[in-house]
Structures are given as structure tokens and as C-alpha cells.
Design a protein around this ligand. Structure first.
Ligand code: GLC
Length: 510
């Protein structure tokens, strides 16, 4: 791989390792399972895979609570398995990106235990603060999941800060020793052949060290919140707990630590400042790309799509996506669940002006199955059950085949796999008209005919978005009514007959 530079706007396929394929019968997916399916992934026509965390973890947040950043979770394999995976991916021409969760560790990480014990080396590795004189929390900051961002530790008689659950103490990224550790982690994985990194919660990495209270969000700020206001986090203006002042400059460190040629894509989870922050992160070559939750959370409407373009002067450096391990699958949430709409969304992604993130299984047109509460382990889903975001449902293992446990495992899958018959990869592979084959066609089209994704012009007319690239013209019809178009398209998600039907898209080459 290394001798070819990354494409400017790669198509990246996200794999949630526990749910892709199990080769041991444990019921949990593993690294060898991923390797066994890389040919399938390469056939889709993606440039890279991004692996969600596969590190040792007590799994209090689906693996995003890491106990050791430089090992493989024993249930998922070994470092040797990881090396095989990378070698196989590279043989197939697919680059490998891994998740780097630098905002926090697990409370089970040795660093945290030593910090609690005030070991002088680790004393300052996390964000510790004294209580106010009345014993309450140091300030009004809230975790992104809702509850306060501070948890009391009786041994240190201090609070520790956490942007997510109390099992995920935030690292003090201003500490030089912590920085040296993170650099070492990135180099460790680069030395194993990793080509790029997805930086988890990048907007949370820094905060204002004066720990000032956040002011309440003004109506204008609240208006920009993506998704629903169901967490109190959205009631604040994140003036002090998210990348303040020097925060964006800090990204240059990640760039330096990652080393030459690495693709860095940042996840922006910053509520009301999302697109603006994403644009600042990619300015001056800091991040290669950054993405926000706006499009999936606002149910992929024409208005949401246009709003991102409106707020960005550089859409080529944004990441465009609809589903992930953190969101209810888009086909049932933003669409009617049909194969026809799955093709529309595929075309939307394949024609997007920047990097594209595809989440495992969306290429089958999967609609998320319901899960019984007893099966759910995700802390965010459980906190607001049954009204949470449905993160765990998006992690139901992949249906490779019909029957049994759908070719995912020979054991008992870690989540119930309540998929309908007839949607598996093996059935769709041989059906020319399947959603899977449309994804393949659309991505092949992007690769062959849409290399230059400089957006020359775009417009929104109600439910219709039109994009004009140097060599292609795209119409996306998000509405129910057909719109008039001229001539046969070079690629379309539905039949064109002088008009483009509702919930369909098409591309014309110039
Ligand atoms: C990111 C991950 C999410 C996790 C959170 C905390 O948003 O995508 O799954 O819960 O970070 O690490």
C-alpha cells in the first residue's frame, strides 16, 4: 500500500469487530473473521476499512473503554492475527484504519489505577479537580450522555472528569508524558502497517484548564444541535469543555505523531458547534477529514444536506455518512426500509463531495431489528431505555448466509440476530438487482468517473439537491414527488422516464 498516496476523498468501510464474523464459535466476532471476509469487502470497491476498537476492554462502552491501547482483546485475537489482517488487506489493495480513543481510557487501565493511587508519574495523567467548598462538583459540565461529567473518587478525595460514562475517565492531554504515550501508541500501530486513524471524539480532547462553567446555550446555538434535545448536554454552550482557544492547533500534534502519509479522520461530537468545528479541524491540513452527526441525526433530509454545505466552505474535507455503530441504521430511520430507498442512499453517498463512511451491513439494505432490553449492554441505550438512540441494535451481527446463525457464528451470537430471510450477503451476491450489487456499481462508478469531486456549484430547491462537479451532474430527490430531468442518466437509483421519481437520485456524466 504505502507507495500509493491516499485518494483525496476515500470510501471507508467501518467494521465493528465483535459483530462481523466469528471464527471460534464464541459468539463474538474476531480479527480472523474480518480477515476471512476481506475479499468481500474489497469487492465492494472501498479504499479502506476502519476497525472499531478491538483492544482489551471491560466493554462498559462497547470497547470504547480501552484498558490497553497496544494489545488485542483476547476474545478477538492476537497481535499476530492483526498482522495477518493488515497483510491480507494490503494484498487486496485495501488500506487499514483503526480507531484511536485518546480522549479517555477505561477505569481498568493501569494508568488510571496508578493515578488514583497518586503514583507521582501518573498523578496528572487524568483530569482531577477538588470539590467546591460545599463538596459539590467543580463546575457545571455535563457528560455527552447526560449525567454530570464529574465522578467522585474517595481515595483521592477529588472528582475526575469524563466526557462519556464514569467508566471512561478523560486523559489530561496537556500533560507531556501523556502526549509521549499517545505518540508511542500511534507509532506502534504504524509500525504494524496501519495506514490511518479514526480519531474518536476529537472535539473533546482539550478543554479550558480554568474549568469555567459553560454558559447556557442561546436559542441560536440550540438551534444548531443535531438531533433531538433529549440530553441536557444540548442546553449548554460548550465554550469551555470543547476545544477552546488553542484546541484546534493541538490537532497538529496528532498529525505529527501519526507520521507521514497517514489519513486522519476525526469524529466531531460537539452538539451545537459541529460543522463549524469540523471545518476548522481540516483547515491547514490538520485532520485529513472530519465528520459530524448532522446528516444521520437529522434523518438525511434535503434541508440537513444543504445545511452542511451552507455551513462549510470545504465540503471535500468532510466525511459523509448515514449509519454507524452509534446510530440506528438509516434505512429504517430516515427511509421506508425498502431496497429502492437503500439504493437512493447508496447513490447519495457515492456522489458525496468528500470522504464517505459506509457502515457494515448497510450495503445489504439492512433495517435494524428490535432488541429486548435484557440483551442490551450499551450504556446510552440503557440510560434512556426504550427511547435511547438504538446504538446496540446497529451492532447486531452481520448476516452472511441464510439459516442458523446466518454464517456469523457456529455458537450463540452475543446479540440476537433477528434478521428476515433472504437479505444475506450470499443471496444478494448472486442477485444482479440486489442492494449489494447496486452499492458495488455505485462505488465503481464513483471510482471510475468521479475522481474530481470539486463541487463547482450546488443548489437546493425544496426537496431536491443538485450538485455540479467538473465531470458529473447529480440530482438527489429527497421528496415524494417526481421531478423533471433531461435524458437518460449514467447511473440512477431508480428508473428514469423523463422524470426522476421521488426518493431517488441520478448522475449524468458530461
Ligand atoms: C465515540 C464512539 C462511541 C463512544 C464514544 C465514547 O462517539 O463512536 O461509540 O461511546 O466515542 O468513546
Amino acid at each position: 500500500m504505502p507507495d500509493r498516496p491516499w485518494p483525496a476523498a476515500p470510501v471507508i468501510y467501518q467494521i465493528y469487530p465483535r459483530s462481523f464474523r466469528d471464527t471460534t464459535g464464541s459468539g463474538t466476532g474476531d480479527l480472523n473473521g474480518i480477515t476471512s471476509k476481506l475479499e468481500f469487502v474489497a469487492d465492494l470497491g472501498v479504499d479502506a476499512i476502519w476497525l472499531s476498537p478491538f483492544y482489551p476492554s471491560p466493554m462498559k462502552d462497547g470497547g470504547y473503554d480501552i484498558a490497553d491501547h497496544m494489545e488485542v482483546h483476547p476474545a478477538l485475537g492476537t497481535l499476530g492475527d492483526f498482522d495477518h489482517l493488515v497483510a491480507r488487506a494490503h494484498d487486496l489493495g485495501v488500506r487499514v484504519m483503526i480507531d484511536q480513543v485518546f480522549n479517555h481510557t477505561s477505569t481498568e487501565a493501569p494508568w488510571f489505577k496508578r493515578s488514583v493511587a497518586r503514583d507521582p508519574v501518573y498523578d496528572d495523567y487524568y483530569v482531577w479537580a477538588d470539590p467546591k467548598p460545599d463538596g459539590t462538583q467543580p463546575n457545571n459540565w455535563l457528560s455527552q450522555f447526560g449525567p454530570p461529567a464529574w465522578t467522585w473518587n474517595h481515595k483521592r478525595r477529588q472528582y475526575y472528569f469524563h466526557n462519556f460514562t464514569s467508566d471512561q475517565p478523560s486523559l489530561n492531554l496537556r500533560n507531556a508524558d501523556v502526549q509521549a504515550e499517545l505518540k508511542q501508541i500511534m507509532q506502534f500501530w504504524r509500525d504494524r502497517g496501519v495506514d490511518g486513524f479514526r480519531i474518536d471524539a476529537v472535539t473533546s480532547l482539550l478543554f479550558d484548564p480554568s474549568l469555567k462553567d459553560n454558559p447556557p446555550a442561546t436559542p441560536e446555538v440550540r438551534d444548531k444541535v443535531s438531533g433531538e434535545n433529549f440530553v441536557p448536554y444540548t442546553y449548554q454552550d460548550h465554550a469551555h469543555d470543547i476545544l477552546p482557544g488553542d484546541g484546534v492547533d493541538y490537532i497538529q500534534n496528532l498529525r505529527d505523531w501519526a507520521g507521514e502519509g497517514a489519513f486522519l479522520i476525526g469524529e466531531v461530537t460537539s452538539g451545537n458547534k459541529s460543522v463549524d468545528l469540523a471545518c476548522r479541524l481540516v483547515a491547514d491540513g490538520g485532520m485529513s477529514a472530519a465528520y459530524t452527526t448532522d446528516l444521520p441525526e437529522k434523518k438525511a433530509t434535503a434541508a440537513a444536506y444543504a445545511d452542511i454545505l451552507d455551513r462549510s466552505d470545504d465540503p471535500g474535507h468532510l466525511g459523509w455518512w448515514l449509519s454507524s455503530h452509534d446510530q440506528t441504521r438509516h434505512l429504517g430511520k430516515a427511509g421506508d426500509g425498502s431496497a429502492r430507498e437503500a439504493r437512493f442512499f447508496a447513490l447519495l453517498l457515492a456522489t458525496a463531495p468528500g470522504s464517505v463512511l459506509i457502515y457494515q451491513g448497510e450495503e445489504l439494505g439492512l433495517v435494524q431489528p428490535a432488541l429486548p432490553k435484557a440483551a442490551v449492554t450499551d450504556p446510552l441505550d440503557l440510560l434512556y431505555w426504550p427511547d435511547g438512540p438504538g446504538r446496540e441494535g446497529a451492532r447486531v451481527p452481520y448476516p452472511w448466509a441464510e439459516g442458523g446463525n446466518r454464517g456469523f457464528t457456529t455458537g450463540a451470537p452475543w446479540l440476537p440476530m433477528d434478521w428476515p430471510e433472504g437479505i444475506s450477503a450470499s443471496v444478494q451476491h448472486i442477485d444482479k438487482g440486489s442492494v449489494l450489487n447496486f452499492y458495488r456499481d455505485a462505488l465503481a462508478f464513483r471510482r471510475a468517473s468521479m475522481q474530481d469531486l470539486t463541487l463547482r456549484h450546488w443548489e437546493r430547491d425544496g426537496d431536491v439537491i443538485r450538485l455540479s462537479y467538473p465531470a458529473a451532474y447529480v440530482v438527489l430527490n429527497f421528496g415524494a414527488e417526481a421531478v423533471e430531468v433531461e435524458g437518460a442518466a449514467d447511473l440512477s437509483s431508480d428508473r428514469i422516464d423523463g422524470t426522476l421519481p421521488g426518493r431517488a437520485g441520478a448522475v449524468w456524466l458530461r
